[in-house]
Design a protein around this ligand. Structure first.
Ligand code: CAA
Length: 253
C-alpha cells in the first residue's frame, strides 16, 4: 500500500491503494508511519515528498473500516493516535497533491510541512456529510492555516474546493499545471536538501512551535534553537563561505 522511491538525497513516498482512492485504512497508516520514520533515520535522505496518484492523494479515512465502530471502541483503541507520529518526523515532508485530497487526506496533507498541488486537486473536509467531524487535526490545523471563518465554512458545509481556492485561502503553497506537481515538489525537496540538515530540522521545529506556544514562549524557543546551531560545523562553514565569497559545503554536522 506504500511505495518508497529513493532518489537520494530525497525520497518519494507514494500512497498506493488505487481501488479505494487511497483511503487511509489503519494498515495503510501503519505502513506509512514506519516508512516515514525509517526515512527520518536514514542519513542519506534529506527531504521527503509524500504523494498519491494523479486521481487521488487520499479520499479520507477508510469509511468501510469506520462504519460499524462505536464511540467506546474508538476511544479505547484510538486508531488515529498513530497519525501523531508523523508530526514527530524531523525531516521536512512535502505533500505533492493531485486529485482528491479529502477528509483524512486533507488532514494528512496538513501534517506535512508544505503542500504543492496540481491545478486538478480538490480539497475539503467532507466528514459532516457522513455524520462526523474531522478527527485527525482538521478542526485545529485548517483553522490555523485558513482562519476561523473559512475553516467553519469548509468543515460545516463539507464543500469541495479547487486548488486555486485552497491556494488563495493559504492551505496550499504552490499550484502547478497537472503534469508538474510531483516534479515541482521534488525540485523544492532538492533545494532544501542543499542546506545544512541540522538547520533545516531546527527551522521546521521552530515553525511548528508557533502552532503550539504563545508568542513570548515561541520567541524564546526560536532563540534557543537558533543559538544551538552555533555549535555546528555547518554554521562555521556557512558564515566562512559567505565571507570568503564561495558556496558553502554543508555536511549536516
Ligand atoms: N473510504 C473507503 N473507501 C473509499 C473512500 C473512503 N474515504 N473514498 C472512496 N472510496 C472507495 C469507494 O467506496 C469506491 O469503492 P468501490 O468501487 O468498491 O465502491 C472507490 O473508492 C471509488 O470511489 P467512488 O466510486 O465514490 O469514486 P467517485 O469518483 O465517484 O467519487 C469521491 C470520488 C468524491 C472522493 C467519493 O469517493 C467520496 O466522496 N469519498 C468519500 C470522501 C469522504 O467522505 N472522506 C472523509 C472520510 S471520514 C474521515 O476522513 C475522518 C477523519 O477525519 C479521519
Amino acid at each position: 500500500m506504500i511505495l518508497v522511491h529513493r532518489e537520494e538525497p530525497i525520497a518519494v513516498v507514494q500512497l498506493n491503494r488505487p481501488e479505494a482512492l487511497n483511503a487511509l485504512s489503519p494498515e495503510l497508516m501503519k505502513e506509512l508511519v514506519s516508512a516515514l520514520e525509517e526515512l527520518d533515520r536514514d542519513e542519506k535522505i534529506r527531504c521527503i515528498v509524500l504523494t498519491g496518484s494523479d486521481k487521488a492523494f487520499a479520499a479520507g479515512a477508510d469509511l468501510k473500516w469506520m462504519v460499524s465502530h462505536t464511540a467506546k471502541e474508538l476511544l479505547a483503541k484510538d486508531p488515529l493516535a498513530i497519525w501523531d507520529r508523523i508530526s514527530n518526523v524531523k525531516k521536512p515532508i512535502i505533500a505533492a497533491v493531485s486529485g482528491f485530497c479529502l477528509g483524512g487526506g486533507c488532514e494528512l496533507a496538513m501534517m506535512c510541512d508544505m503542500i504543492v498541488a496540481s491545478e486538478t486537486a480538490k480539497f475539503g473536509q467532507p466528514e459532516i456529510n457522513v455524520g462526523i467531524i474531522p478527527g485527525a487535526g482538521g478542526t485545529q490545523r485548517l483553522t490555523h492555516l485558513i482562519g476561523k471563518s473559512k475553516a467553519m465554512e469548509w468543515i460545516l458545509t463539507g464543500n469541495i474546493y479547487s486548488a486555486k481556492e485552497a491556494f488563495e485561502a493559504g492551505l496550499v503553497g504552490k499550484v502547478t499545471p497537472a503534469a508538474e506537481y510531483l516534479n515541482e515538489a521534488k525540485k523544492l525537496a532538492l533545494k532544501i536538501s542543499e542546506k545544512g540538515s541540522i538547520a533545516v530540522a531546527h527551522a521546521k521545529q521552530a515553525i511548528l512551535k508557533s502552532f503550539e506556544l504563545p508568542l513570548a514562549q515561541g520567541l524564546k524557543e526560536e532563540r534557543r534553537l537558533c543559538f544551538e546551531l552555533f555549535d555546528t560545523q555547518d554554521q562555521k562553514e556557512g558564515m566562512r563561505a559567505f565571507l570568503e565569497k564561495r558556496k558553502p559545503e554543508f555536511k549536516g554536522r
